[in-house]
Ligand binder design. Structure first.
Ligand code: ARG
Length: 486
């Protein structure tokens, strides 16, 4: 039974390009774990405990980690130079096989680590058997995950940057386009579309900061902790750390093999990025709806309905909003995964992979599709302006005007409330009231008040740091662009 052919699906979009997990490799030894076991592992248990279906995407980082380990073993004279040369030659061959999609993954060998090690031994013999000296899969897998997440963080930071640049381009282009700013989803005060877009640039800037910060804690080396207690060989962990570009080594061997904080932190960063994307999605969905009609999204990002011929749906933002739930779910899953684990390594930890990988894939897709979509968003200025004129958006400006004329703000607030009420009764905007009509509420009003009631006047007065005036939006965009160059 144990030698029966087994195939599982390779789900990963792995760096490996591998396709299939095959059957038992002919060269593989008995399916007993070792001489200590008196019967082979049950077939279901084998499938249940195996991770090669999803962890084969760690293959290339696994090889990187093994080569660094072997180099150190040779330097410390724990293995010979010839062994090292054999290991390097074998790994080169394995890497070629993986990249070409020709590597045969075997469920018998349980996971990516054992698959590669077995192939190595098949290719180079004795030296392959010496590679695992002073190492355990526990510190090996923790190292692989850190290397993998580190690379992905770098790629995601670059994607965030692209998205930010596109948003900045749009913000500059639409720095003068007036739209209503909302609080409680009610028209509050006029803002510019450019200013609104720049708000997201800020969110994504914090996201990049967070990823960079999390990267520092990802970038520490577990290797050397071995199974949990360290090893008896005279290893040089700093050497391995340097070879692999780690900034430090994990200082406690128990913590080194059992810590998955780095994965949780990464998923927390990812969740927050998706929260930001989801908020922007929600706004786009509202804005393209005919009720708002504030923007259009290029057709290539929309889909139709199979029954209603008139429909053009914002599927992309809707899906991104939906996918945020999935990634937040992964974060929750990882927190619960870790919360009751005693030190040190437990097999539970194998469950960290799929959530982390799916988080990476989902986030990468969401960021890529958004970066493209942003270039296809066009405001409809007339609709935005009309909406801004509907909600007495310049009422605060009128109060500020009265304050300039010497009235206390609380009194000014009351006066304007009465004026708004009158305009409402008359069915017009504040700017449509004549000077005479306004003077009924305060004798301090004079001809210059009109300049305070227009949307452009309201915007232009908010030219301070962080304000919505077009001049300030352009400045903020230029500064953000500078910041991205660093
Ligand atoms: N596939 C395992 C994982 O992902 C590798 C470590 C196995 N270690 C062990 N002691 N069984 O965690």
């Amino acid at each position: 039974m144990a030698t029966k052919k087994t195939t599982t699906r390779a789900t990963s979009r792995a760096t490996s390009g591998s396709k299939r997990i095959a059957t038992k490799r002919p060269a593989a030894k008995s399916t007993h774990w070792s001489g200590r076991f008196s019967e082979p592992v049950d077939a279901l248990v084998k499938r249940f405990t195996a991770s090669v279906g999803f962890d084969q995407r760690l293959a290339l980082v696994d090889i990187r980690g093994s080569l660094a380990h072997a180099k150190m073993l040779a330097k410390q004279r724990i293995i010979s130079r010839t062994d090292l040369a054999d290991i390097e030659r074998g790994m080169q061959q394995i890497e070629r096989e993986i990249r070409a999609g020709k590597f045969v993954w075997s469920l018998e060998a349980e996971d990516v680590h054992l698959n590669i090690e077995r192939r190595l031994t098949a290719l180079v013999g004795e030296a392959g058997k010496r590679l695992h000296t002073g190492r355990s899969r526990n510190d090996q897998v923790a190292t692989d995950m850190r290397l993998y997440v580190r690379d992905e963080i770098d790629a995601l930071i670059a994607l965030l940057q692209t998205l930010q640049l596109r948003l900045i381009d749009a913000a500059e282009q639409y720095a003068d386009v007036v739209m209503p700013g909302f609080t409680h989803l009610q028209v509050a005060q006029p803002v510019t579309f450019g200013h609104h877009l720049m708000a997201y640039v800020e969110m994504f800037e914090r996201d990049r900061e967070r990823l960079r910060d999390a990267r520092r804690r990802v970038n520490r080396l577990p290797l050397g902790a071995a199974a949990l207690a360290g090893t008896t060989y005279p290893i040089d962990r700093l050497h391995v750390a340097k070879t692999l570009g780690f900034e430090a080594v994990c200082s406690n061997s128990l913590d080194a093999v059992s810590d998955r904080d780095f994965a949780i932190e990464f998923c927390a960063c990812a969740s927050l990025i998706l929260v930001h994307l989801s908020r922007l999605s929600e706004e786009l969905i509202l804005w393209v709806s005919p009720r708002y009609g504030f923007v259009t999204i290029a057709d290539r990002f929309c889909t139709g309905s199979s029954i209603m011929p008139q429909k053009k749906n914002p599927d992309v933002p809707e899906l991104v909003r939906g996918k945020s739930g999935r990634v937040i779910g992964h974060l929750m899953g990882l927190l619960v995964l870790m919360k009751a684990q005693p030190l040190a390594y437990n097999k539970d930890n194998q469950e960290d992979k799929e959530p982390v990988f799916d988080t990476i894939d989902t986030l990468r897709d969401c960021l890529s599709v958004f970066a493209d979509m942003v270039t296809g968003i066009r405001p409809v200025p007339a609709r935005m302006r009309a909406a801004a004129l509907e909600g007495y958006a310049t009422a605060t400006d009128l109060a500020d005007y009265l304050v300039c004329k010497g009235i206390a703000f609380r009194d000014a607030h009351e006066i304007v409330a009465a004026a708004v009420k009158a305009a409402e009764t008359k069915g017009c905007d504040l700017a449509d009231l004549s000077l005479k009509e306004l003077q009924v509420f305060s004798a301090r009003m004079s001809a210059d008040v009109k300049g305070w009631l227009t949307l452009e006047g309201s915007l232009a007065r908010r030219a301070h740091l962080g304000g919505t005036a077009p001049t300030q939006v352009r400045r903020a965009a230029a500064q953000a662009r500078q910041r991205l160059k660093k």
